[in-house]
Design a protein around this ligand. Structure first.
Ligand code: SF4
Length: 686
C-alpha cells in the first residue's frame, strides 16, 4: 500500500511533459507512476518507461557520492575512488580557473542539454557561464532545424493546442512516431477516431508502430518530405482545394506560391520521394477534402541537412487549405514559445556578453579535436563541465567525440545520475538528484500547460541538484549573481513573478496552469507571428540564421542531403527506440529486455542482395568507420532505407562504438543541427 500519492511532472526530453501521480511507498521510495487524470493533455496516460520509473529511481547503479578518477578513461566505476563534496568542488573550481588562466575564459565550456527539461535546474548552468564569460553553447542537437523551419512560415514558436486533435477529421503525423516517443498524441487521435471517425495518416520513412496503427502510411525516402509537401500543394491548387479567400487575407504571396508550384507536380515528387504519383495524389485529395485537418510535426525533420526547408514546406499546407482557421485544424511543431518567461535571473542574461564565442553543441567532436572551423582563432576547449547530457553516445561523429574526450590535456567534470560513458571519461564525477528529489518548473512542446513540481523524496545518498552544484561552484569561482543566492523554489517564484505569472505560492495546488490563448490568437486569426501578421510562403531565411542565403524562399525540395553514391547506396536513419529516450533509459532492465540488441531493419530485397538472412550480422559503414549489428528482415520501408533504433550504449555494440560513429557533424541549414537521419552507408555481411 502506498503511503500517499503525490503530484509531479515528467522532466524527460519528450514533448509531452506529462503531469504525474506518484505512489510514495515510504519516505524514500516510490511505487507506480501514473498520468494525472485531470490534466487534460496527459489524461491519465504515461509511457511504459515512466510508469516503471521506480526501476530507474532506485536502480542499483545510481551514483551516490562524488568520485575522482585514478584509473584509465572509459573504464567506468572501477577507475574511480570516492572523495568528499568539498574536495570534489575544490578540484573542479581549481581546474576551471587554471584553464581560464592559461588560455582565457573561453577555454572553459559548460556543456548541457535536456536530460531534464526543468528550467531552473537545466538552465542555471548558463548563469555561471555568463558571469564567468565561459564559451557559450549553441543548442542545435534537437530542434534547431525544425524550429527554424516553423518560424519561417508561422513566425512564432507555438501551434495549435494538441488537445484539438480530438476535434479533427484528419490527423497527419508527419516525421514522428508518437506510439514510441510521445504516447499522449495517440490518446487524442483515438478520441477523434472514435467520436468523429477521423482518419490517421502517418508519413515516415519506415512503418513505425504509429504507421502500423494508421489508415494510411506514406514512406518517402529520408529528406524528401519537402518534395512531397510541394506536390500535395500543387494538387490542392490544381483541384480546387485551396482556400483562396483565406490565403488572400492571411498569407503573404499565394499567387507567387501557386506559380512556383506549377512545376512541382506529383510526377516530379515521385521521382524524388520514391512514392508513386497515385499515393501522392490520393493523400493530397484526402488532406484537401478535410476542413479540420491537423498536422502533428515530429522531430524527424530536425535530423536532416534540409530539415528546416522540409518542415517549412509542410507548415504551408494548412495555410493553402485554410485549415488554421478551424477548431481541430492547423499544425503543431512545438509550444515551447507559448509561455514567455523572463529567464534573466535563472540564466544570468543581465550579464551576458554577446562577444564571447559560441560553440555548436552538435559539433563537440570536431571542437574537442581542434577543428578551426569551430574554434576560429580562439583557444582550444581545455575544460568541460557537463550536466544533463551524454555526448559520448548521443553526439554525431562519435569517433571524433571519443578522440576529443581522450585528450590528456582536457579536464572534464560530469554531474550525472549514472556512470554514463561520458562520465566514465571524466576526471571528477558528481552524483545528481532526479526530478523526484528537487523542485522545478516546466513548459511543454506538446501542450499549453506551465507546470511546477516539488521534491517528493529526499536526495538519494549524497546526490545534489544541478542548482546546488552550480551555486557551490560559483562561490568557489568568485562568480557573483543574485541567482546564486536563492533556493530553487525562490528562483522559480521570482521568475514567475517577473514573467507576470502567478507566484509559486499562488500556483494551482495540482501543479499546472493552462496558458492556452483564446481561439482567435491560438488559431492566428488575429495574425501570425511576423511583423505583417501574415503566414509567409516566402521565407526570409537570412533573417533567421547566418546560413540562410543557401535556402530558397518558396517551399521546395532542397537537395543538400547525403544522398549516397554507388559506394554507399543505402540511407541510414538512426531513429529513436520505444524504450530508451536518447540514453536516459538505456540501462533499465525492462527497456533492454524489450529492445533486445542493436538491430538494423533491412528490406528483404536488400538482404537477398547481400546474401544474408534475417538474424545474420551485418556491417554498416561509411567514411567515418563501420559498426556491426544484427539484421532484421523488414518490408515496411523502401529498399534503400536502413533503420537502426536506439540510442544503445557504445558498449552494446560488438566493437565498442555505436551508430553515431556513422552520423555526421555537418551542420544542417540554415543554423546548424545534428543530422542523425541523413547518412549514406554501405552494407556488407559481417
Ligand atoms: S510520454 Fe514523455 S513526458 Fe510522458 S511520461 Fe513518457 S517520457 Fe515522460
Amino acid at each position: 500500500m502506498p503511503l500517499d500519492v503525490l503530484p509531479s511532472v515528467c522532466p524527460h526530453d519528450c514533448p509531452s511533459a506529462c503531469a504525474l501521480e506518484v505512489e510514495r511507498i515510504d519516505g524514500t521510495r516510490i511505487g507506480r507512476v501514473r498520468g494525472a487524470t485531470s490534466q487534460t493533455y496527459t489524461r491519465g496516460v504515461v509511457c511504459a518507461k515512466v510508469a516503471r520509473y521506480a526501476e530507474r529511481q532506485h536502480h542499483p547503479d545510481r551514483l551516490s557520492q562524488p568520485l575522482r578518477r585514478i584509473g584509465d578513461k572509459g573504464v567506468g566505476r572501477a577507475a574511480f575512488v570516492p572523495i568528499s563534496w568539498d574536495a570534489a568542488l575544490d578540484q573542479v573550481a581549481e581546474q576551471l580557473t587554471r584553464a581560464a588562466r592559461h588560455h582565457g575564459s573561453e577555454a572553459v565550456w559548460p556543456y548541457y542539454y535536456s536530460g531534464t527539461m526543468g528550467i531552473a535546474q537545466r538552465d542555471g548552468i548558463n548563469r555561471l557561464r555568463h558571469v564567468m564569460r565561459y564559451s557559450r553553447e549553441d543548442l542545435t542537437i534537437c530542434s534547431a532545424l525544425s524550429g527554424a523551419g516553423w518560424l519561417a512560415g508561422v513566425g512564432a514558436l507555438r501551434g495549435i493546442d494538441g488537445r484539438e486533435m480530438a476535434k479533427s477529421d484528419l490527423i497527419v503525423v508527419w516525421g514522428g512516431n508518437p506510439v514510441s516517443t510521445q504516447v499522449n498524441v495517440m490518446t487524442h487521435i483515438a478520441i477523434a477516431r472514435k467520436e468523429r471517425g477521423a482518419k490517421l495518416v502517418v508519413i515516415d520513412p519506415y512503418r513505425t508502430a504509429s504507421a502500423a496503427a494508421a489508415d494510411l502510411h506514406l514512406a518517402p525516402l529520408p529528406g524528401t518530405d519537402g518534395a512531397l509537401a510541394c506536390a500535395v500543394m500543387h494538387v490542392l491548387f490544381k483541384e480546387g482545394y485551396a482556400d483562396r479567400a483565406y490565403m488572400a487575407r492571411y498569407t503573404d504571396d499565394p499567387a507567387g506560391l501557386e506559380a512556383h508550384l506549377a512545376t512541382r507536380d506529383p510526377a516530379w515528387a515521385a521521382g524524388i520521394t520514391g512514392l508513386s504519383e497515385e499515393e501522392i495524389i490520393d493523400f493530397a485529395r484526402l488532406y484537401g477534402s478535410a476542413k479540420r485537418s491537423y498536422i502533428r510535426v515530429g522531430y524527424g525533420f530536425s535530423r536532416s541537412r534540409n530539415g528546416s526547408a522540409q518542415l517549412f514546406a509542410v507548415s504551408c499546407l494548412p495555410a493553402v487549405t485554410g485549415a488554421w482557421q478551424y477548431e481541430g485544424g492547423g499544425a503543431l511543431q512545438s509550444n515551447h514559445g507559448l509561455v514567455q518567461l523572463d529567464l534573466t535571473l535563472i540564466e544570468g542574461l543581465d550579464v551576458l556578453d554577446r562577444s564571447t564565442r559560441i560553440l555548436d553543441q552538435s559539433r563537440i567532436g570536431p571542437i574537442l579535436t581542434g577543428d578551426r572551423r569551430d574554434l576560429g582563432d580562439g583557444p582550444p576547449v581545455s575544460a568541460l563541465f557537463i550536466q544533463n547530457t551524454n555526448p559520448m553516445v548521443v553526439a554525431p561523429e562519435s569517433g571524433l567525440v571519443r578522440q576529443g574526450f581522450a585528450r590528456d590535456d582536457l579536464f572534464v567534470c560530469v554531474h550525472e545520475q549514472f556512470m554514463t560513458e561520458t562520465a566514465a571519461m571524466a576526471d571528477i564525477v558528481l552524483p545528481a538528484t532526479t526530478f523526484f528529489e528537487h523542485d522545478d518548473f516546466y513548459t511543454a512542446g506538446a501542450h499549453t500547460y506551465l507546470q511546477l513540481s516539488r521534491a517528493i523524496l529526499p536526495p538519494h545518498a549524497e546526490c545534489r541538484s544541478n542548482h546546488d552544484v552550480i551555486c557551490a561552484l560559483a562561490g568557489r569561482l568568485g562568480a557573483r549573481h543574485p541567482g546564486f543566492e536563492l533556493s530553487p523554489i525562490e528562483l522559480i517564484d521570482r521568475t514567475l513573478r517577473a514573467s507576470g505569472l502567478p507566484s509559486a505560492e499562488d500556483f494551482p495546488d495540482h501543479g499546472w496552469l493552462d496558458c492556452c490563448p483564446p481561439f482567435e490568437t491560438a488559431h492566428f486569426l488575429d495574425g501570425f507571428g511576423h511583423a505583417d501578421k501574415k503566414f509567409h510562403f516566402r521565407a526570409d531565411w537570412a533573417a533567421l540564421a547566418h546560413d540562410g542565403s543557401r535556402l530558397p524562399a518558396f517551399p521546395d525540395h532542397v537537395a543538400v542531403t547525403d544522398d549516397g553514391d554507388p559506394e554507399r547506396p543505402f540511407r541510414l536513419v538512426a531513429a529513436p527506440s520505444r524504450s530508451f529516450l536518447n540514453t536516459s533509459f538505456n540501462n533499465t532492465p525492462s527497456g533492454i529486455a524489450r529492445e533486445g540488441r542493436p538491430t538494423a531493419l533491412v528490406h528483404p530485397q536488400a538482404l537477398a542482395g547481400l546474401g544474408i538472412v534475417d538474424g545474420d550480422r551485418v556491417r554498416i559503414g561509411n567514411g567515418h568507420g563501420s559498426v556491426v549489428v544484427h539484421a532484421r528482415a523488414f518490408d515496411g520501408l523502401q529498399p534503400r532505407v536502413v533503420i537502426v533504433e536506439g540510442v544503445w550504449p557504445n558498449h552494446a555494440f560488438e566493437e565498442g562504438i555505436g551508430v553515431n560513429l556513422l552520423t555526421s557533424a555537418d551542420p544542417g541549414l540554415p543554423r546548424g543541427g545534428a543530422v542523425f537521419h541523413d547518412t549514406s552507408v554501405w552494407l556488407s555481411p559481417a
